[in-house]
Design a protein around this ligand. Structure first.
Ligand code: SF4
Length: 446
């Protein structure tokens, strides 16, 4: 595969943690005060209602303003124990900041994400005792499957409620998408790992690595040895394009490309084409496209079959990609993969909406490439979840996060509960832990 030799030399031997710059410059002691003062401390603040974890935003901003930065972090983390990650990776421009009342008067929103990061980074840098304590031991033991945002959030809240938690994680590291799936310029350095260490500081949580669901670890087995089970496995395999030649060289899943960048200690080993096409319209597509460009690919094209309004990625993300030099081609559907052994180009068909339905116009065009990254979503691996009812390709749950199997609960991307965002997974984990606590009290006398 062709490489951009100049860029490759520049990054030789360098890990992603030292190559990619932070997407947003953090606030410092000087810049934080005017930003905190800018907040109007609204009553029934719309920003709180727009936050999936219901963080008391005006209160934590007021705490920053009065110099109680540790207290501000406590306010944030009491609702969202991964407030540090969410401050970096949340699409705040369509959540809390979009709801900020300043927008209504044509002014910029309060930089809620940056203020949140300021507070949570401050607390983690203090390296003091864990800010939350555990209730007295309930004598109950809960199994959690998956050490991603949902599983870790569940575990932390369950530990706070006095339960013992054992997490079974398929990979060799914790963090899930925070560790493997977010662009390196959003999660610079080792923040994901440090946040997990911080979270585990509550105590009462153990993690078993390289133990995913399968023949040697089943939901049924875990139920025999635990009082309840929480499934937070996220999504698995990436969706395919359904085109002939998809197994050619140079064709990868964007999630694997991103994970390789996050995990390597030498970026020059990352497979990178000179002409890269990314197919998809979500944040994964943007993360892959921007990183491909920053790593030195010559031409990077992001193709999406609909318009910007239908994209999963926010306007900010699409603009970021454009600013980095990514060519964004909308209303373009991949029709055929060209190449012999290795991909050499993609034929696209223009699309349009006709009577509300997406149709091809019959007009086609080709883009040459030596690398194709697929970012058209992932699906839930249901093989190890037999016996549990499904709903639209995900686990079916009731209002208390319980699956169709009594005592087995689920949350995060493997269920339908909201947008597939880290912040939603954290909320699911938190709420599910409270629901399990109630269920244990009602059914097992915890
Ligand atoms: S809506 Fe904006 S101004 Fe009002 S409390 Fe929230 S951040 Fe502050």
């Amino acid at each position: 595969m062709t490489k951009n030799a100049g860029e490759k030399k520049a990054i030789s031997g360098q890990a992603a943690s030292g190559f990619f710059e932070d997407l947003h410059e953090p606030l410092d002691a000087l810049s934080v005060a005017p930003e905190a003062n800018y907040c109007l401390y609204c009553y029934e603040a719309p920003c709180v209602q727009a936050c999936p974890t219901s963080i008391d935003i005006p209160t934590f901003i007021h705490q920053i303003r009065t110099g109680n930065v540790t207290g501000a972090a406590h306010t944030i983390l009491s609702e969202n124990i991964m407030g540090g990650t969410c401050a970096r990776a949340c699409p705040t421009e369509v959540l809390c900041e979009q709801a900020c009342v300043h927008n209504a008067t044509g002014h910029k929103a309060v930089e809620i994400g940056l203020l949140q990061r300021y507070a949570t980074d401050h607390l983690m840098a203090e390296n003091g005792p864990h800010p939350f304590s555990r209730a007295s031991g309930s004598g109950r033991h809960i199994a959690v499957i998956g050490a991603g945002p949902a599983g870790l959030s569940f575990a932390h809240r369950a530990a706070m409620l006095g339960h013992k938690v054992s997490i079974y994680e398929a990979k060799s590291k914790p963090g899930g998408l925070n560790e493997y799936g977010l662009a390196a310029y959003k999660m610079v350095a080792d923040f994901a790992a440090r946040e997990v260490d911080f979270l585990l500081g509550i105590g009462g949580i153990e993690i078993f690595y390289n133990k995913g669901l399968g023949a040697s670890l089943t939901v049924e087995d875990l139920q025999k040895n635990h009082d309840a089970v929480f499934i937070g496995i996220g999504l698995g395999a990436a969706n395919g394009l359904g085109l002939e030649g998809e197994d050619m060289g140079g064709i990868l899943d964007a999630i694997d490309f991103i994970a390789d960048i996050r995990q390597t200690d030498d970026l020059s080993r990352i497979k990178l084409g000179r002409d890269v096409i990314i197919i998809g319209g979500g944040n994964t597509a943007i993360d892959a496209a921007v990183q491909a460009k920053k790593l030195g690919a010559g031409n990077v094209t992001l193709a999406y079959r609909r318009g910007t309004d239908q994209m999963g990625a926010t306007e900010f993300e699409v603009e970021l990609a454009r600013k980095c030099g990514v060519m964004v081609r909308l209303w373009s559907k991949p029709l055929a993969i060209q190449g012999a052994g290795a991909v050499s180009g993609i034929t696209f068909e223009q699309t349009m909406l006709k009577g509300g339905k997406l149709v091809g116009t019959g007009e086609t065009y080709d883009i040459p490439c030596d690398m194709l990254l697929k970012a058209i979503g992932q699906n839930l691996d249901t093989a190890s979840l037999s016996g549990l009812d499904m709903d639209g390709g995900k686990l079916k749950i009731s209002g208390d996060y319980q699956t169709s199997r009594t005592g087995v609960f689920a949350g995060g991307d493997c269920v339908h509960s909201g947008e597939d965002l880290t912040v939603q997974s954290v909320e699911d984990g938190k709420q599910a832990a409270v629901a399990v606590d109630v269920w244990l009290k009602n059914n097992k006398g915890a």
